[in-house]
Design a protein around this ligand. Structure first.
Ligand code: CMP
Length: 187
């Protein structure tokens, strides 16, 4: 549930440290509740997380939220827009203090043209996301929510993160009321 991408983090840290005069990569900080990317908007920057946790979620027209993933160290956001030229698919919101490397979309596109390392890292990242999203979707279809909840609670204690009940419900695709009932039944 909490995705990290340490090879990507090493890659961007090296680029950041080796910058000379033109500092195209900057380090930015965000507080809980700050939006790094907004659904439907065209971002000019991509972010690669250095530390902290963000949630990646959709808002549907009926004001329901659905959380795809919780992303942490080394995860990239905003790459889909840059590659496909489409508005941001989802919102990326900090749920803890976050530090992220920011890179201009135009610079990222230039790097994509000449850096095979970046291309390989990106392919691995995108294929991982397809695998994780498909796995999550099939688990949600095949098993009861209780099964998903147990897994999420295990992972939460494994990573030592504290995720609000609202976010847990949005991650599992259930109402807060159902989540409270499930939590009560688990006791
Ligand atoms: N299923 C997913 N898992 C992880 N991250 C995602 C997923 N879907 C979208 N994102 C990220 O959310 C970002 C929103 O802006 P973009 O569409 O540019 O790029 C998107 C990806 O970086």
């Amino acid at each position: 549930m909490l995705r990290t991408n340490l090879p990507f983090l090493s890659y961007i840290e090296e680029l950041y440290q080796n910058q000379t005069n033109d500092r195209h990569i900057t380090l930015r900080t965000f507080s809980p509740g700050d939006l790094l990317l907004k659904q439907g908007e065209l971002p000019f920057k991509l972010f690669i997380l250095k530390s902290g946790i963000v949630k990646c979620y959709f808002y549907e027209e009926n004001a329901k939220g659905f959380i795809n993933e919780f992303l942490s160290d080394g995860e990239i956001t905003g790459e889909l827009e840059t590659i496909r030229g489409i508005p941001c698919l989802c919102n990326i919101e900090a749920i803890s203090d976050v530090q992220a490397f920011a890179i201009d979309a135009s610079i990222f596109n230039l790097l994509l043209e000449k850096d095979t390392n970046l291309n390989k890292l990106l392919l691995l990242t995108l294929t991982d996301r397809i695998i994780n999203t498909s796995r999550k979707a099939s688990i949600q279809q095949l098993y009861k929510t209780e099964h998903g909840l147990k897994k999420v609670l295990d992972l939460q204690s494994q990573y030592g993160v504290n995720i609000s009940k609202e976010d847990l419900a949005d991650y599992l695709g259930v109402t807060l009321r159902s989540l409270n009932r499930l939590l009560k039944d688990l006791k």
